[in-house]
Design a protein. Structure first.
Length: 277
């Protein structure tokens, strides 16, 4: 599933073309995504003008001049492709939004999703903090709000593992399975440690590792494991920099012990039992 770096990579690409772009045409090829695409998306979005996109956790949000929000969630296998207006339709292209930029250039913003676990929604801007996908999001993983003073009280009573806590979107928004393993490896904290056992200094170390790993991943376009590609078609190159994720049985870069893969609540978790305590 695309996590914060992959989603932020998409947002950055969209930011170059959508601000003040006029929506010329909306084509919906399939309505049955994770949740049904609204019948009024085409009528209401066409002729509207898009504004600067932003991100909340793993969600991309594009405001419009008519005080609407276009929300995109990539799900497990979704991609956004920025293509020429008259591009050849590919398999699993479900929605095309044709826009005209301020410079009169024409692009198609294409939502492609083989597994159809993603979602596209369109709603009033005033309802943003009441939207069922957004209302319970925790602290944004790259925001200045993620501090030990904010995070420690949220985990003080949590007996769940720190791994599960990091991927709980109600606590921290944006981190998933890949980056949780990488963050905890950098922080040298065992993924099965209960969240409430962490000291203030350990929480600070996790926050620093979180910022370092996520920012580094964004710089190289995220991580491509199976489906992720940047809107320009390029792969995410952070997969070449992974220290533990997907490296079962390979040598730890630090101590040369083997990397271990264990399941924590049915999710693969990668770590070094020598370096992480």
């Amino acid at each position: 599933m695309p996590e914060l770096p992959e989603v932020e990579t998409v947002r950055l690409a969209l930011d170059k073309i959508v601000n003040n772009a006029l929506v010329k045409k909306v084509e919906i090829h399939r309505y049955d995504l994770r949740w049904k695409v609204k019948d009024n998306l085409k009528v209401d979005l066409e002729k509207d003008i898009l504004k600067k996109p932003f991100r909340m956790g793993k969600y991309i949000l594009i405001p419009t001049i008519k005080n609407k929000i276009l929300l995109i969630h990539l799900g497990m296998s979704g991609q956004i492709k920025i293509q020429k207006k008259n591009h050849l339709k590919s398999k699993h292209d479900h929605i095309d939004i044709v826009v005209q930029t301020e410079n009169k250039l024409m692009y198609s913003i294409t939502y492609n999703d083989p597994r159809r676990f993603g979602f596209v929604d369109f709603f009033d801007k005033k309802d943003i903090y009441h939207h069922f996908l957004l209302k319970n999001l925790g602290i944004e993983a790259l925001s200045k709000e993620l501090t030990v003073n904010k995070l420690k009280p949220l985990i003080n009573n949590r007996k769940k593992s720190i791994k599960n806590t990091l991927i709980d979107q109600r606590v921290i928004a944006g981190i998933g399975n890949i980056y949780a393993s990488e963050i905890l490896y950098r922080a040298k904290i065992h993924p099965k440690r209960s969240a409430n056992s962490l000291s203030n200094q350990e929480v600070v170390t996790i926050i620093k590792a979180c910022r370092f790993i996520l920012k580094k991943a964004i710089k190289v376009g995220g991580t491509t494991i199976k489906n992720h590609a940047q809107p320009n078609g390029k792969l995410g190159y952070f997969s070449q920099k992974l220290k533990v994720y997907g490296r079962t049985g390979q040598k730890c870069f630090n101590c040369k012990n083997n990397i271990i893969n264990m399941l924590i609540t049915k999710r693969s978790t990668f770590y070094c039992d020598h370096c992480q305590i």
